[in-house]
Design a protein around this ligand. Structure first.
Ligand SMILES: Nc1nc2c(ncn2[C@@H]2O[C@H](COP(=O)(O)OP(=O)(O)OP(=O)(O)O)[C@@H](O)[C@H]2O)c(=O)[nH]1
Ligand SMILES: [Mg+2]
Length: 1017
């Protein structure tokens, strides 16, 4: 097999119908990389003898040492099937659960996947996980049942036993697919029901209950794996063989004289061959007959294995000649019978042929992308396709066409950034010099030599009398010196480029073109995950391009695609352009893309939906440099590591610790190795894993430690205890016996009273479950407040919010919680966590349910100082007083919010200007209980106003500004004081109640067969 040239590959990239973007997915160690080796060897990139041993796509040293894949990597292969030529963009993914984020980045770029299952281990947890990921991403799977040799050699199954075992595995895989399908249908059905309910509500008629689940009339047969559909290959990647049943159907149709179509239907299943009648009959087991699959397929393979393992030369010879194979003497005489076996099997049933033809037949080309998948990719969060602007909706047809015409908009998705050694980039690799370059270098050398010679001659002339043969000697010397110089220059230039490339990691974007043609040097928009095309289209025209001079749009930048690469496993090849439907590497995006992004030439393009990550990072460690002076390198290294890994998180805690959050132990080790050896290149010390806690409060206890009821006396003791605790509370903070904390800002202008109350457990759970919805509510409220109106609120979201509110109302019953739901001011931490802030004082109205009421105008007045209160609450819930861990299940009630001197200051300022609405209030009053409407009127400083602006202010604004200036004193800006005071108030309120630490609990379901139940006892 000859290597395919880059030119040929880029030719194949243009024929979209012949492209297959696929990934290999499986549980850890089921043989993905070994299978990839076999497919790669069919292209001559590695020798077929090394296939399975080399694990070519495991290019990292630690991957080779540990024997597991840690990064997904891609390679492009050429495959010929009859007259058709195909380009297979293959991505090998890791199977270890720690690296499941790498699987997510791979499936997003593919249209299909090969699911590999170990014939001995069967369906394992990660097999289920990857089937789910493929399903969520709407990509089509095919199945390879691998390691069948283990059934023969290790388990010593008979062919009949092996058949039943394989049948069982297929059933297991199909059961997982079935569950995914059923849940989807039921979900759709439930949605339809709620829709029809709302219709029937308005028009009541005769409603007969429909008890069908919708499963009966939905055809799901195409989803399942079955050898007769041609989507299953049986294989042993290590021995280099694999087949689909069509191979044997074709073979035996000639031998027995039965039509291939009939054999294809009956080779797998309960059928047997009645040799006398020359007929295929149904029902093998009941009649004690061998199924066709055993008789015609497995028996042959088993007998081949038996003869080679027993070194039965005669029998082997017979088989080899009957199959028409040519086996080299080296293989047949090899001491290891496996080598001999591999040589026979890989010629008889080449695995690459079986797998790649299944891929080309059964998996879709980029042209077959479904409308469902496109809509899913285009709709972020709670948005529906219909709510997107019309220009954006039009782009759907560009996705579907996957056109490479010049007019088609370019749409590219970057699913991850990966680091490569800058030396490995094609532009930095040593390459043979061109004739011109050689001539140029010679010229430089000659000139230098001449100069040197002239200088020497000058010296000699002055020192020695000239002799006759000097010139001759010199010419001889000249030649050798010239050569020396030439080589010296070459070394020097290569050294220079080497040094430049040394110590440098270059980031390549792992991407796919969904529409249009990307070209090297092209300018393109980079759209972040929060980019909103509706907002941008207000500012820009849909036709503008990245080369224009454009106004600033949030979450959008422009960049140039510096280099385009064909991904060839360990190698990268330069490309000038890449048409739609291909996977590629892009250089030069390091400063524009952190982990993933959408690139497009059209500002109407929406950002793609975020990747579905199955695992959330939980293992945290603190890292620090061994030598404190190396801190800058560590910070830089952590930044690079964060970019190079889709899943890792790097944080700097309030304590100044640098924390690394990883998915698991193996992932942690890999991240640390990368940090030490590639990104920071320093020695680091690593702490033991940090266990995350949550802080909370409980009701005062009713029983004591020995479960006896706390009587009156003891209660008094408890109160004493609390009093004692109160003594620890500093001056200026008042805590009453009921836990109400009152505290003033340092300048004494404002006073807050806050109480902490534990939330019922079901409310905490509800908040946790709905954190995404809460985040959406927060976004909607912000856009309402900013009067953007770009987010048309979708009815479904409104219904979900209403339902959430209703559930909260149901769970917050009783006198204590009266009106509580309507008074929710914010959630925290990060505005979506499991803690609540309530306002309990009169004359204020602003709640998180604003988006339901569309209360735009009214709310916009209160924007400023109440934001300080909310920020204080966010800070308090982010880190509690016990050990700076986030809070959970706590409700803070602000029962009083007084503004003291603020009144005077404001009235003074308003008298000056004579404009302020706040004049209604009496200036002499010492302490004024302020309603927020009043306060916001007086004190608001428009944050969105540029403070350096030169535009003259309106008198009203001037007075407000003055108020803020007057309020800023030696304690700093007033809003800042309020934030700090609120934070303190929350902390003391929390300390006034019985505090508790909560630790995470690991729960798992263990499923086992009845035989092993004994071992659990
Ligand atoms: N007996 C047998 N062993 C196999 C076969 N295919 C792979 N193996 C072995 O299984 C082990 C794991 O193979 P890999 O290809 O690294 O598995 P993987 O699925 O890529 O593993 P991860 O990438 O770590 O998830 C290796 O030791 C292989 O030699 C096979 O067909 N038969
Ligand atoms: Mg692997």
């Amino acid at each position: 097999m000859v290597l395919t040239s880059v030119g040929k590959m880029s030719g194949l990239q243009k024929k979209t119908s012949g492209i297959r973007n696929i990934c290999i997915l499986a549980h850890v160690d089921h043989g993905k990389t070994t299978l990839a080796d076999c497919l790669i060897s069919s292209n001559g990139i590695i020798s077929s003898r090394l296939a399975g041993k080399l694990r070519y796509l495991d290019s990292r040293e630690d991957e080779q040492i540990r024997g597991i894949t840690m990064k997904s990597s891609a390679i492009s292969l050429h495959f010929e099937k009859g007259d058709e030529e195909y380009l297979i963009n293959l991505i090998d993914s890791p199977g270890h659960v720690d690296f499941s984020s790498e699987v997510s980045t791979a499936v997003r770029l593919c249209d299909g996947c090969i699911i590999v299952v170990d014939a001995v281990e069967g369906v394992c947890p990660q097999t289920q996980a990857v089937l789910r990921q493929a399903w969520l991403e709407n990509i089509r799977p095919v199945l390879v049942i691998n390691k069948i040799d283990r059934l023969i050699v290790e388990l010593k199954f008979t062919p009949q036993e092996a058949y039943l075992h394989l049948k069982n595995i297929l059933e297991q895989v199909n059961a997982v697919t079935g569950t995914l399908f059923t849940s989807k249908v039921l979900e759709e059905r439930a949605e339809k029901e709620t829709e029809s309910e709302s219709i029937s509500d308005s028009a009541p008629g005769d409603q007969i209950y429909d008890w069908s689940a919708g499963l009966e009339d939905t055809d799901d047969s195409h989803l399942y794996f079955s050898p007769d559909y041609g989507n299953v290959v049986f294989a042993s990647a290590i021995d280099g063989w694999g087949f689909g049943i069509e191979h044997f159907a074709k073979l035996y149709s000639q031998k027995i004289g039965i039509k291939p179509a009939v054999l294809l239907k009956t080779l797998w299943g309960d059928y047997y061959l009645n040799t006398k009648a020359k007929k295929i009959m149904k029902g093998d087991q009941s009649k004690g007959k061998k199924p066709l699959f055993v008789q015609l397929v497995l028996d042959n393979i088993w007998s081949l294995y038996e003869s080679v393992m027993k070194r039965d030369k005669e029998k082997i010879e017979k088989i080899v000649t009957s199959l028409g194979l040519k086996i080299g003497a080296r293989e047949s005489r090899h001491a290891d019978p496996k080598v001999h076996l591999n040589a026979i099997c890989s010629q008889w049933l080449p695995i690459s042929e079986a797998v790649l033809s299944m891929v080309c037949n059964k998996l879709p080309s980029p042209l077959d992308i479904t409308a469902e998948r496109v809509e899913k990719l285009m709709c972020v969060g709670a948005r529906t396709f219909d709510s997107l602007p019309p220009e954006t909706q039009e782009l759907k047809s560009a996705f579907m066409k996957c056109s490479s015409e010049g007019t088609a908009p370019v749409i590219v998705f970057v699913s991850k950034m990966f680091a490569v050694d800058a030396k490995a980039l094609p532009q930095n690799k040593p390459r043979p010099l061109t004739q011109e370059e050689i001539a140029q270098r010679r010229e430089v050398a000659r000139r230098r030599h001449a100069e040197k010679l002239a200088a020497n001659q000058g010296k000699e002339l002055s020192e020695k009398p000239p002799s006759e043969n000097t010139s001759e000697v010199n010419t001889g010397e000249t030649k050798s010196e010239e050569q020396q110089l030439n080589s010296q220059i070459e070394i020097m230039t290569s050294k220079a480029t080497k040094q430049e490339a040394d110590n440098k990691e270059s980031f390549i974007a792992f991407a796919r073109v969904f529409s249009g043609v990307v070209q090297r040097g092209q300018k393109i928009f980079v759209l972040g995950p929060k980019y909103d095309p509706a907002e941008a289209l207000h500012k820009l025209s849909a036709q503008c391009s990245a080369t224009d001079d454009l106004p600033l749009v949030p979450h959008m930048t422009c960049c140039t695609l510096e280099n385009l690469y064909l991904l060839m496993g360990r190698e990268l090849e330069d490309l000038e352009e890449v048409p739609a439907g291909n996977v590629l590497g892009i250089g030069g995006l390091q400063d524009f893309v952190l982990k993933s992004a959408t690139l497009s030439t059209s500002p109407a393009c929406p950002p793609f939906t975020p990747l579905n990550f199955e695992a959330t990072p939980i293992v945290r460690v603190a890292v620090e440099p061994k030598h404190p002076s190396d801190m800058p390198q560590l910070v830089r290294g952590m930044k690079l590591l964060n970019q190079a890994d889709p899943c890792v998180q790097v944080l700097i805690q309030e304590t100044g610790e640098h924390v690394l959050v990883t998915a698991g132990e193996v992932h942690l080790q890999r991240c640390l190795d990368d940090l030490k050896e590639r990104f920071a290149k320093i020695e680091i010390s690593v702490s033991a894993p940090i266990i995350p806690f949550r802080e909370t409060i409980t009701r005062p206890p009713k029983v004591d430690m020995v479960n006896e009821e706390i009587g009156r006396q003891q209660k008094v003791a408890v109160i004493h205890q609390t009093k004692e605790d109160q003594n620890k509370i500093p001056e200026g903070v008042e805590v009453d016996s009921d836990g109400l904390v009152t505290i003033s800002t340092p300048n004494k202008h404002a006073t807050l009273s806050v109480r902490a109350v534990p939330l019922p457990e079901e409310v905490t759970r509800l908040l946790e479950e709905n954190s995404d919805l809460i985040r959406t509510m927060e976004q909607l409220n912000t856009s309402l407040n900013e009067d953007k109106k770009t987010h048309e609120i979708n009815q479904k979201t409104i219904d979900r919010i209403k339902e959430f509110k209703q559930k909260l109302e149901q769970s917050l019953q009783g006198r204590k919680w009266r009106n509580a739901v309507d008074q929710i001011w914010s959630f925290g931490p990060r505005k979506c966590g499991p803690n609540i802030l309530l306002y309990k004082f009169e004359g204020y109205k602003k709640s998180v349910w604003q988006c339901l009421e569309n209360a735009v105008k009214e709310a916009s007045k209160y924007r400023d100082f109440d934001n300080s209160i909310i920020s204080g609450f966010q800070l308090a819930t982010l880190s509690g007083p016990m050990c700076e861990e986030p809070l959970m299940g706590v409700c803070f009630m602000v029962e009083k919010w007084e503004m003291g001197k603020v009144g005077e200051v404001l009235s003074a300022s308003s008298q000056d200007s004579g404009e302020c609405d706040a004049l209604e209030h009496e200036p002499n009053e010492d302490t004024v209980s302020l309603s927020s409407s009043y306060m916001a009127e007086v004190c608001s400083e428009d944050k969105h106003q540029d403070s350096n602006q030169s535009v003259p202010r309106s008198p009203e604004k001037a007075s407000k500004h003055k108020a803020e200036v007057l309020l800023a004193d030696c304690y700093g800006p007033f809003s800042g004081q309020l934030i700090a005071t609120m934070k303190e108030a929350c902390r003391y309120a929390l300390q006034a109640k019985p505090q508790r630490l909560m630790a995470a609990m690991y729960t798992c379901e263990i499923m086992a067969t009845a035989e092993v139940l004994d071992h659990f006892k």
